[in-house]
Ligand binder design. Sequence first.
Ligand code: TYD
Ligand code: MG
Length: 454
Amino acid sequence: MSKLKTKFVCQQCGSESGKWLGRCPECGEWNSMVEEVAVKKSEVRMSSTPVSKPRPINMVDTSALPRLLTGVNEFDRVLGGGIVPGTLFLIGGDPGIGKSTLLLQVAAGIADRYGSVLYISGEESAAQIKLRAERLGKISNNLLIFTENNLDTIVLEALHHKPALVIIDSIQTMYSPEIPSAPGSVGQVRESTGKLMRFAKESGIPTAIIGHVTKDGNIAGPRLLEHMVDVVLYFEGERSYAFRVLRAIKNRFGSTNESGIFSMEERGLIEVANPSGFLLAERPQGAPGSVVLAYMEGVRPLLIEIQALVSTTCFGMPRRMAAGFDYNRLILLMAVLEKRVGLMLANQDAYVNAVGGFKIVEPAADLPVALAIASSFRGMAVDPYTVVMGEVGLTGEVRMITRVEARISEAAALGFKRFVIPAGNYSGLKLPRTTGLELIGVASVSEAMEAVFV
Ligand code: TYD
Ligand code: MG
């Protein structure tokens, strides 16, 4: 086989060079030159699939998409009801969060139902993977372990075995021999993913790629793989907590609103039946600074405890710290409490924590965070059967949020009785008024404080 030549292409402007350059001579961008395999014009094929003709949309057959069920129900749900044949999907997450564990469980489920699964590991030895599989308690002879980093060898082996599923753990350890740069570099990761895409589409074998999120929060650098694959899933959580969330960021075969909730236990990942109960398990009752929030994780309501601790600072500059909540949002809410509600927080340290290692990104958390800070500052507890939700604006107004009914139903099922919600949501609420629930619509942070501190 003749050795393919490589070239360097600027990711910013597309200009090419025969050697690597730190700065693109065309557009002047730094570090934008990425190595690629040079393909002769005559070798370029538009598509590897047979030639198709335009046809009316109503004549397109969609019945030929039977999905593979992995038996890990939360995983199947996030994918939109199982794995579509020929899908290339990416599972991203921090190192050590449990990606290999999750996919080994998925592999075991597929091996039980549909035949062989090829698990390719470029990180761990076969013995390490066997030890993990033993820990999970499921070992099938259909599970084939292959420790290899050369992607050409992997594709040949996969075409030979024709497994029901291929798993690549991880894309950062794989390399294509045509590209001389090290595994994990942008050029390598892109070329390898491109090859896997062709493999999955041509063979119809679903292929899962594990990708570690790098320090700047992207998988292998500049959100490189996301547009190349069919499905992007992120596995998130705090390593020191058991709670894990699987989210779909992109899904060509389903919605991105679903999320799967797991707990990392001694024997692998367990699906959590009642995540709100799980998250609230150790909640102190009647302690100042603790407020329960009804949060939407995609289409799923979850109850999360927000804790705040406010204490007079010993330093010139007060400290502010947020765990699981946006730091800048915390600063903003404290400014609103100071200016619009009149709490003297300028000389106070403040710490806010979303309990359970959960990362909160929804604006509905604003009001509960503000009330938790006020509760700790005043030393007054919020009633433990109260749930708070609402976005806070810069003038101290409480703004409307989505899906209030779903949030209230989830909380009511867990025994919560009082609900502090935005006034805008209160008027249009479609809930039976006879349920014994007390609903309080508030238009501002001050009104919310009057409602909870009596
Ligand atoms: P792993 O799947 O190796 O993470 P990743 O592939 O994302 O880097 O899981 C790493 C952690 O999970 C490790 O610290 C040990 C823990 N773990 C459990 O708590 N229980 C288990 O059953 C397994 C297999 C792992
Ligand atoms: Mg791993």
